[in-house]
Design a protein around this ligand. Structure first.
Ligand code: FES
Length: 127
């Protein structure tokens, strides 16, 4: 699966909106560092967090076991399957929130915003 990613901190700094239809195009033209925006490949049976780390990125996490939400991401395009999720409520899953620590892509393409733990929605879920 090919993943296109964007750091939530950048989005927040620049005043971009998560719901913007062409958010990733805006990011692609934004002159961002590879750490903040880019693409990488996820191997079969690899979680998104593991793939990010294999590519040298330090995405946030804490428990790695589906219990803390520090690793949360928002999926803009594509879909993921999470093996263990004890933390995200149903309505957040409906809004595209997922856990990167054990979530695996189930589509060939995925667009995600990572590092969303500073979003107000997650404030009460972080351990
Ligand atoms: Fe804790 Fe993913 S790191 S839920």
């Amino acid at each position: 699966c090919r993943v296109e990613y964007l750091n939530y901190e950048v989005l927040d700094d620049r005043g971009w909106d998560l719901d913007e239809a062409d958010l990733m195009e805006t990011a692609a033209d934004g002159g961002l560092d590879r750490e903040d925006y880019g693409q990488f490949w996820v191997r079969p049976r690899e979680s998104l967090l593991e793939a990010a780390e294999r590519h040298g990125f330090a995405w946030p996490f804490a428990c790695r076991g589906g219990a803390c939400a520090n690793c949360a991401i928002v999926v803009l395009e594509g879909d993921m399957r999470t093996r263990v999720d004890h933390v995200l409520p149903e309505e957040m899953l409906d809004e595209g929130f997922q856990l990167s620590c054990n979530g695996m892509p189930v589509t060939d393409e995925l667009q995600v915003v990572y590092n969303v733990k500073s979003m107000p929605e997650l404030e009460d879920l972080l351990l």
